[in-house]
Design a protein around this ligand. Structure first.
Ligand code: ACO
Length: 409
């Protein structure tokens, strides 16, 4: 189904034609070579590589390299890229003062939006979006500093001292240590959890022209600096219809658990199917996937691994999620609308098991998606056809009229 082509001459005497496609259901905004989704097959490729192979054979930084430069790194490129990233994991000490201005109970996504935007105030040598060298160093800085910023936002909330990066650890291991270590105890990274977290990062690294990526492109198209454009992506991701769904999904599972758990799944599903209830099955449905989201499959496997490692096989929320999935996949409502679990359905259960608080889930998503946003921004700026993004509107408001004096209104 194509978008409506509106003849705007019928409207207020303007000239020309444009498409009317609210929500961009059928409008491509760009050419891209980065990520391919086949929504009917449930296939996801980064630069041509299936997500299933990347999740098993590569780590997150390999994936970052692939998304940024188009090819997987060889051994030498890998080493150089890793060293460049770990060189930039620290953030300016002044950021701590900025962070202190927030209430301790502020939502981490509110804090992260501010912190990421604030980076542009510190790195004046990487704010010219049209300069490829500036963009490259901004990319490395953002990938390197996101884990530090997310962990700082968390430590601030719980009132614990910040833990500085330890660069002989892996990207995921370093993040775990910054999150969970305290200055008085030795912290040992659990390799199973480290690998699971790295996989979460890989699965969230890019997803073509979703809402936050389109936001980053649109924001960057005005020529603003890369940090500001990524901060816009963080803000967009926060919404429950997008990245915020992982938090919303876990809260939903918690609510069903409180209602009585598995026994109440049928009752909950009736609410979901009642259009007047406003209740959705969070973590289900996707604009592009009309089949099982391949990331959800990998996430479900990761869930088994992590819960097994931590001795949480009988986790009630995991059982509940499996039951909801089973019922939904056999229910006419979901079958007719091709609604399947998306990446957020199981990711919250894994993160909760690892010890990440629910309110931080979307910030972890933002951390991982940063590389995708930057790769998409680079692609847009390097495209000779790139222009400032400027959608048109179908004006349906008042016709031209005169302002009446206050006494006559
Ligand atoms: N629960 C119940 N019904 C649903 C759900 C759901 N999760 N998702 C879609 N539907 C229904 C809609 O009500 C609609 O029904 P109708 O045809 O009878 O009106 C139909 O399925 C089509 O849904 P749309 O909302 O038109 O699909 P759209 O592509 O606009 O929305 C979205 C996709 C926002 C992801 C939606 O499925 C949703 O809100 N899901 C829950 C939130 C979620 O999990 N978001 C994460 C997405 S993945 C990500 O961003 C990382």
């Amino acid at each position: 189904i194509g978008p409506d082509v509106i003849d705007i001459r019928k409207l207020y005497g303007q000239t020309g034609k444009f498409t009317y496609d609210p929500g961009f259901l059928s409008t491509a905004s760009c050419n891209s070579t980065i990520t391919y989704i086949d929504g009917d097959k449930g296939e996801l490729l980064y630069r041509g590589y299936p997500i299933e192979q990347l999740a098993v054979n590569c780590d997150y930084l390999d994936t970052c390299y692939l998304l940024l430069y188009g090819e997987l790194p060889n051994t030498e490129q890998r080493g150089t890229f890793h060293s460049r990233v770990i060189n930039h994991t620290m953030v300016n000490e002044q950021m701590q003062f900025f962070l202190r201005g927030f209430r301790r109970d502020a939502h981490p996504m509110a804090v992260l939006t501010g912190l990421v935007g604030a980076l542009s105030a510190f790195y004046h040598d990487s704010t010219d979006i049209n300069n490829p060298e500036h963009r490259e160093i901004a990319a490395i800085r953002l990938i390197a500093k996101m884990p530090t910023l997310v962990a700082m936002a968390y430590k601030y909330t719980v009132g614990q001292p910040y833990i500085y990066p330890k660069n002989d650890l892996s990207y995921a291991g370093n993040f775990m240590r910054m999150m969970f270590a305290t200055p008085c105890e030795e912290y040992k990274v659990n390799p199973v959890i480290e690998r699971a977290l790295d996989r979460i990062f890989i699965l969230h690294a890019d997803h073509e022209q979703n809402a936050s990526t389109s936001t980053v492109r649109l924001c960057g198209s005005s020529g603003t600096n890369p940090f500001a454009a990524i901060a816009a992506g963080v803000a967009c991701l926060w919404g429950p219809s997008h990245g915020g769904a992982n938090e919303a999904c876990l809260n939903m599972l918690g609510d069903i658990q409180k209602m009585g758990g598995v026994a109440k799944v049928g009752e909950f599903m009736s609410q979901v199917k009642d259009k007047n209830s406003g209740v959705k099955l969070m973590g289900f449905g996707h604009r592009v996937y009309k089949n099982y989201d391949p990331r959800a499959k990998l996430m479900r496997e990761t869930c088994h691994e992590v819960l097994g490692e931590l001795g949480l096989h009988n986790d009630p929320l995991f059982k509940l999620a499996m039951e909801l999935e089973k019922i939904a996949l056999e229910d006419d409502y979901f079958v007719a609308r091709k609604l399947y679990p998306n990446v957020d359905f199981y990711s919250g259960i894994v993160q909760r098991a690892i010890g990440i608080p629910v309110s931080l889930f979307t910030a972890i998503f933002a951390l991982a998606r940063t590389v995708g946003w930057i790769a998409q921004l680079n692609e847009m700026i390097a495209d000779p056809e790139y222009k400032i993004g400027r959608p048109r509107q179908l004006f349906v408001g008042a016709e031209k009229r005169d302002v009446k004096p206050l006494a006559e209104r």
